[in-house]
Design a protein around this ligand. Sequence first.
Ligand code: LLP
Length: 412
Amino acid sequence: MDHFHYKKNELYAEEVALKDIADVYGTPTFVYSKATLKRHAKAYINSFKKMNGLVCFSVKALSNISILKILENSGCGFDIVSGGELHRALLAGANPKKIIFSGVGKSKAEMASGIENNILSFNVESEQELKRLGEVAKEMKKTAPVAIRFNPNVDAGVHEFTKTGRKSDKFGVSIESTKDLVKRCLKNDSIKLVGLTCHIGSQIMELKGFEDAAKQALELLIELDKLNISLDFVDMGGGLGVNYVGEETVQPFELIQIYEEIFSDRNERLILEPGRSISANAGIMLTRVEYKKNNFLIADAAMNDLLRPALYQAHHDVWPIIKNEQISNVNLVGPICETGDFLAKNLDIGACEGDLLAVKTVGAYGFVMSSNYNSRPRAAEVIVDKDNFYLIRKREDYADLTFLEEGLDDQV
Ligand code: LLP
């Protein structure tokens, strides 16, 4: 459930009229509801009955420092995939002992920075990575905490680009290789084996894939028992789907219940890495219609602001800020010079030139995937907290577009 609702035909975020935000900060602007973020984080945190659960919000979904602070205060740790995300999480005041570092391509510098900051775990995805991590830790005269990411060969049934748990995907290692890597960890004085992890994909609408992966994790844990190897945690990743245009979704408590049942005889801690299911429905993108041309509404937001429709043919609902009776079938597109630049197709919506619209469910993989394509400054980000709203990222200006470029004074 989110906190975007109509009051007398006018769309509000919590107690703030979205029109007021557009008046102050312009468009396009990403607007996040603090109450929704907290509610979704708590939907996970309060669902753990046992297993000393830890929710590590996946920073890649929404990485603004103010958002991370809110989630930190709600009790979340963080799942990161780069040195940049570590930097952000630490700036937000995260406890390093609640940070896990995922990803297939960690550089030496990223490893060193994670070790230096005493993070909870490196989720290791290959023999090569384990070897490198051991070398970096040894050089620093430290020990690196490691969880092995196994690949359960599960097809999560989602968009081709966001499946991560099949044998053919680049992520994790096979069950056999997991056992081999576990043994390598035990032989390496610079590595401390702390966990087992996996992540099968994103926007998953059924429990079956999660269940299959968890059963395989359990089997692995039982095999490790036989070798007298004990772990601190089992990390089942993220992936729970959300409602974009009226889909049925699985609730966090249902997912956690399944895990707690499967792992009921275990002592390991349960870690989850949700991103989308915490932040997606906490954000909308405010955009203004520049022109109406035939059945196109040409907005001031484009694929550089919200890439998901162009990249994955993803559907986002669009709501008018002021409801209008003149409903017609339209495509919402942006000003970018590509036919693939659309935000939503076949909308039944009443809107004309100058009207404000809210593109919904953009709090995950929205702003974070935006770019400066067509030399468009990136949008502003705003948080709503009850009847207040404040800026958490300024709109970029033209100077921001060019300030890293060199050679303006040279005689090229
Ligand atoms: N953990 C790992 C290791 C991941 O790779 C991901 C997402 C997550 C957790 C969080 O998954 P979530 O709970 O958000 O589904 N840009 C795509 C989604 C890419 C997901 C990448 N990995 C989209 O817009 O649909």
